[in-house]
Design a protein around this ligand. Structure first.
Ligand code: SF4
Length: 57
């Protein structure tokens, strides 16, 4: 992870290793979005597939 925010991707998931903690942005150049639903109908049906749990050292 390069630690620089991607101004095009706002994200508040601070539990993700790719999240910039000081600001609500992702640090990846590109992310992958998917769904866990067979027929997605609302925002809650979508998931960030690039999520990686932050290690708790
Ligand atoms: S990878 Fe996904 S969940 Fe993680 S900070 Fe980026 S947009 Fe948010």
């Amino acid at each position: 992870m390069n630690g620089q925010k991607n101004c095009s991707i706002q994200c508040t998931i601070k539990e993700c290793a790719h999240n910039m903690q000081s600001e609500n942005y992702c640090t990846l150049d590109v992310i992958s979005i998917g769904t866990h639903e067979p027929n997605p109908t609302k925002a809650e049906c979508t998931d960030c597939k690039s999520f990686v749990m932050k290690s708790s050292y």
